[in-house]
Ligand binder design. Structure first.
Ligand code: NAX
Ligand code: K
Length: 485
């Protein structure tokens, strides 16, 4: 896990380093520029570099990088959107003010500046100080940067992308982004993630005593090795409530996910039809039919009394039957660790049953989350961190909002999971995830950790499957097969 900082937090940390730790801002800028130089020097011997500098300290980083590049034999030309700059940026600009290396970027000079050959463009137009969408001259500059054949190294964040949300319609598409101290949510959330290229996080100052951060990037997760003197009881009993006629596969995938993630004992509670299917296809789980209906679960909460489970996983393939609701409500309101997904969430949302006991993980995709929360899809997609966090806080749950970048929030802290592959955008992936999270809960992980750990493990397995089988062929069974490999 590594911490992320929003633009406001990054500015607060900069202020902390300058005012409390008494590190001159100019020195921090020098560190930032040195990091940019090292990335360029590692890839390119001395060559022509175009540097684009905006009106703030992001531009200051570019001016400082231009100086370091020049002193190392690079041929630099700087396109400046403004020559009225804050003090540290101004100091770095002045190094060049008596040279012919500066072009003031205007509609009249854009063509000639960007017609120059160059191996690299350094994008220091807009950083975390972006306050509105890029347009006008800035929009034109961004289009020229993107059209140029040179490799693009963005300073801190691709210009035009919001560091907070990743939003930005007119934005630089970078090959490499060198950010400072902490990555920003905007690097990991789409569309920002697709503009960022390879992300380098450069430390430019000490971390001791910095203001607290509550957002992390789940870029690693592993289960501890199993001790030799353990047995299936050590790893928990998971009760999965899943399946209905026509959707036996969802129950099977959740069970397979649970097995692959190490649950000690897994029982699928389902209807007679699915029980029959599971008995023929899955030898490592037990299946039990509950309720009186052969095609779907029609049961009361009292069936939970006999489960003796350490955790519940409910939802995959349940269908939309009102008779399933009493059991589902009892699961949701119990205090046992539990994960609720898919039809389980749809049923609860349609009924307005949004009362959850402690230790609850909900794993909706954006459309399911819209039904649950009443938030519009537009609000969810434009502010996923805020909407997920607000819901998690209001309902006292861990919310895992699925996506190409998955968000896990408990209302106080949150993390982003970027592991995964486009091949996973396919039916069955969510069922496996439910089983995996259920297994991690049964093994005693906290709901927050089980949620991001499950998303990470499934994402990595999906990446491995895609590396072996391509972007199209992998199935949810492959996610199970490659889990932990
Ligand atoms: N000590 C510090 O504060 C440090 C800051 N650093 C750099 O400073 C950057 C942040 O600097 P700033 O806060 O000055 O912000 P920026 O340099 O990102 O931009 C702020 C300037 O851009 C203008 N602006 C905002 N949105 C615009 C738009 N859509 N179109 C045109 N102009 C727009 C603002 O009016 C302001 O003049 C970071 O991204 C990082 O690169 C680094 O040098 C590290 C140290
Ligand atoms: K930038």
């Amino acid at each position: 896990m590594q911490f992320l900082a929003t633009p406001a937090q990054a500015a607060q940390i900069d202020r902390y380093m300058i005012e409390t730790l008494e590190i001159p801002g100019l020195l921090l800028m020098e560190q930032a520029a040195t990091a940019i130089f090292h990335e360029i020097a590692a890839l390119f011997p001395p060559c022509r570099v175009l540097l684009v500098a905006g009106s703030g300290n992001n531009g200051g980083d570019a001016w400082a990088a231009a100086r370091i590049l020049l002193t190392h034999g690079y041929d630099v030309a700087i396109g400046a959107a403004s020559l009225t700059l804050p003090p540290d940026a101004d100091a770095n600009m002045r190094y060049f003010s008596h040279t012919s290396r500066i072009t003031l970027l205007t509609p009249d000079t854009l063509d000639s500046f960007f017609s120059r050959d160059a191996a690299v463009i350094v994008d220091g137009l807009l950083g975390t100080g972006l306050s509105r969408p890029a347009s006008g001259l800035y929009g034109e500059i961004i289009r020229r940067i993107n059209a140029h054949p040179a490799k693009v190294v963005s300073v801190d964040i691709p210009s035009g992308i919001s560091g907070e949300t990743g939003a930005g319609q007119t934005a630089v598409t970078a090959d490499i982004t060198v950010t400072f101290q902490y990555a920003k949510p905007g690097h990991l959330l789409f569309p920002g993630r697709s503009h960022t290229g390879r992300l380098v996080v450069a430390k430019i100052g000490p971390e001791a005593g910095r203001p607290p951060l509550h957002l992390q990037w789940a870029d690693t997760f592993s289960l501890p090795p199993r001790a030799a003197d353990t047995n299936k009881g050590t790893y928990g009993r998971l009760a999965i409530f899943a399946g209905s006629r026509g959707m036996a596969g969802a129950a099977a995938l959740a069970a397979r996910g649970a097995l692959a993630a190490g649950a000690g004992l897994t029982t699928v509670y389902t209807c007679e039809y699915v029980q029959d299917v599971l008995q023929h296809t899955l030898s490592s789980v037990t299946a039990q039919a509950i309720g009186g209906n052969p095609a779907y679960i029609a049961a009361e909460g009292s069936v939970l009394e006999n489960c003796q489970a350490r955790a519940y996983a409910a939802g995959p393939g349940l269908g939309q039957h009102a008779e399933t609701l009493p059991l589902l409500r009892s699961i949701a309101q119990s205090s046992l660790p539990k994960v609720l997904d898919a039809d389980g969430l749809n049923l609860l949302a349609a009924d307005g049953s949004l009362s959850f006991g402690a230790n609850t993980v909900l794993t909706p995709h954006p459309k399911e989350f819209s039904r649950l929360s009443g938030c519009s899809m537009e609000d969810i997609l434009s502010s996923p961190l805020d909407t997920a966090g607000a819901f998690a806080k209001q309902h006292g749950v861990v919310l895992l909002l699925k996506g190409a970048t998955t968000i896990v929030s408990d209302g106080a802290k949150a993390c982003l999971v970027t592991a995964g592959a486009p091949s996973m955008a396919k039916g069955g992936s969510g069922d496996v995830l439910t089983g995996v999270i259920g297994a991690l809960l049964a093994q005693g992980l906290s709901p927050f950790m089980a949620a991001y750990g499950g998303a990470y493990l499934c994402g990595k397995a999906g990446e491995t499957a895609a590396a072996r089988k391509g972007d199209y062929a992998p199935t949810a069974e492959d996610t199970v097969y490659f889990l932990g490999r």
